[in-house]
Ligand binder design. Structure first.
Ligand code: CTP
Length: 399
């Protein structure tokens, strides 16, 4: 799995740096070609000679003294590597990378690198729990950095808590897993709806909802990472997704537009995933000017929109998979099971609005996965990035 991979190991200045030579050794045993970049502080904890001897290459540390023939070292190294693993990642390098600071060999190389980065945080538990550090870790996660999380245990400062660098075997396992899942969805096309719809009242006003689109975008990103071709049909959101040859982003505004595009795209897809919060009603009359204020009350008459997921369920062919969401406030499991059956789904993702940290406008979600074989799988509260991974793993089992 890792044979022949070019791995750049970044070391920042934490006591766990004493474990990094073992990581280098293990990666070499797996067939990786290794280069090491270390901060000045890292070299207080681990010897340059050890790293150099293990990797068979000089350790890159001083930005201002060595140049390759063609270019500066942080550029040539960042072009050379397939992945970068920062182990240990101190609060300092996490903060620098999250904020685009480049003031030494490691941080500069990281900014110049545009492929997969892994960070293995290691620090005192109070530092780890600090809001600034947690915010920086979330920022990195959102940008696609894979965090190989710290473990609970006895720390170098003598206290017991979360902050210990993951064991080197765990780090290697996570990297192998990353490569293992890369081709999961190759040759599969997946159509996803995301975000809210806007139903126009007049030229400047509309009816909508608080959906951020985050869940659908995170699912799209995870599927792209795992080799899928994705049609993302998105309502108006602030979410961003990097350009990718396998991505077709189709921006729509209202339920009718979303309906038309989704029906068209699903026809040639292997999977449909409806995450969008589609308006169930739309104004019968939509004025093409701004309505003036009037003395008497204003009545806006609404008509139902088309249920996109229901229509996909009717059109679904034997070899297609269909996934829906259900947002419920009461009788959650029964309501979700009814939707699953009525809309002819393979599985449904239930969000309960009663769960703290779940649903609209937050970074976390707490969902239950219910499939058409009767399995009900409640999952703990997680970052939407990790919920997306769970949903995609469940999807993989449908083939
Ligand atoms: N959905 C859809 N088109 C609609 C309404 C809903 O595709 N016009 C999809 C949503 O994307 C979601 C699922 O149907 O995957 C369930 O949406 P939800 O709002 O929970 O349920 P509804 O079917 O609209 O029923 P209700 O609002 O009565 O709960």
């Amino acid at each position: 799995m890792l044979n022949g991979k070019k791995v750049l190991v970044g070391i920042s200045g934490g006591i766990s740096a004493y474990k990094t030579p073992m990581l280098v050794r293990l990666l070499i045993k797996k067939g990786c070609d290794i280069r090491v970049v270390a901060t000045d502080n890292a070299l207080h904890f681990v010897s340059e000679l050890t790293l150099q001897t293990l990797s068979s290459y000089p350790v890159y540390n001083d930005m201002f003294c060595r140049f390759t023939e063609k270019t500066t070292e942080h550029i040539s190294l960042s072009e050379w590597a397939d992945i970068v693993i920062v182990a240990p990642a101190t609060a300092n390098i996490i903060g620098k990378y999250a904020n685009g600071i480049a003031d030494d060999a490691l941080s500069t190389t990281l900014l110049a690198f545009n492929k997969q980065v892994f960070f293995c945080p290691a620090m005192n538990c109070n530092m780890y729990n600090n809001f600034a550090v947690q915010d920086n870790i979330s920022t990195l996660k959102r940008r696609g950095v894979q965090i190989i999380d710290s473990e609970q245990g006895e720390l170098a400062c003598g206290v017991v808590g979360k902050g210990r660098m993951a064991e080197v075997e765990t780090i290697v396992e996570e990297i192998e897993n990353y490569y293992k899942t890369n081709d999961d969805f190759i040759n599969r096309t997946i159509t996803i709806t995301a975000g809210p719809t806007r139903e126009s009242i007049d030229k400047v006003r509309f009816i909508s909802n608080a959906s951020s689109g985050k869940m659908g975008y995170e699912i799209a990103k995870e599927l792209l990472r795992r080799g899928a071709k994705v049609n993302l049909i998105s309502g108006v959101t602030n979410e961003k997704i990097e350009e990718n040859n396998n991505l077709r982003l189709i921006n729509v505004v209202n339920a009718q537009q979303m309906y038309e595009k989704t029906i068209e795209m699903f026809e040639k897809s292997d999977v449909g995933i409806c995450c969008a919060a589609v308006a169930d009603y739309t104004p019968i009359v939509q004025y093409d000017r701004k309505l003036k204020k009037q003395e008497q009350s204003l009545i806006i008459e609404l008509k139902p929109t088309k249920d996109i997921l229901l229509e996909l369920g009717k059109k679904k062919k034997k070899n297609q998979v269909l996934v829906g969401f259900a947002l419920e406030t009461d009788n959650e499991i029964d309501n979700a099971k009814n939707k699953l059956q009525k809309k002819n789904l393979d599985f449904i993702v239930l969000n309960s609005l009663n769960d703290k940290g779940a649903g609209f406008e937050c970074q976390t979600n707490k969902v239950t996965l219910i499939d058409n074989e009767g399995n009900v799988e409640p999952l703990p509260l997680k970052d939407k990035i990790d919920v997306a991974k769970d949903i995609v793993n469940k999807l993989l089992k449908c083939f």
